[in-house]
Design a protein around this ligand. Structure first.
Ligand SMILES: [Zn+2]
Ligand SMILES: [Zn+2]
Ligand SMILES: [Zn+2]
Length: 150
């Protein structure tokens, strides 16, 4: 069963990588969800369409996509990584995270408080000067307990 290279496939080719059904499917899965998926969750979705693709391939593909900057690897402190499309390739707006340490719920928010933006801008410009470092992005996560768990 051969299928045409889709939109993601062409992007992969642009990066010098072959377009394979597994790679495309992983990108489509990440694109179609608002969740932050673990490799296991991605694998179980991939298996529905491509049972021949193993978990190791999913891990390897995710590593490759992270290296290309297409996918972001997120650490929510659960001892496993989660993945989402990187901001540059996602329809999701830049967002920060509220993570419930009890049930694992992750709330993405992009309706930032004004002070939050001011604070981050100030920090980034001061850190940039201090370390002569050009900051291009940040990952913000607040831990705590959600409404259901308090
Ligand atoms: Zn931000
Ligand atoms: Zn909770
Ligand atoms: Zn997120």
């Amino acid at each position: 069963m051969k299928r045409e290279c889709g939109r993601w496939g062409y992007r992969l080719r642009g990066f010098g990588y072959k377009c394979t059904p597994g790679r495309e499917l992983i990108l489509e899965i990440l694109e179609s969800t608002d969740e932050h998926l673990s490799p296991e969750e991605i694998y179980s979705k991939v298996s529905i369409e491509h049972p021949e693709i193993g978990l190791t391939t999913v891990y390897r593909t995710l590593d490759m996509l992270v290296n290309l900057g297409v996918v972001s690897k997120l650490d929510f402190g659960e001892g496993k990584s989660r993945y989402e499309l990187s901001e540059h390739h996602s329809h999701k707006k830049h967002h920060h995270h509220l993570v419930c340490n009890k049930c694992g719920k992750i709330i993405d928010y992009s309706d930032f408080i004004n002070e939050e933006i001011e604070f981050l801008n100030k920090i980034e410009s001061k850190l940039g000067k201090k370390y002569n470092f050009k900051i291009s992005s940040h990952f913000i996560k607040f831990d705590g307990m959600c409404n259901d768990c308090i």
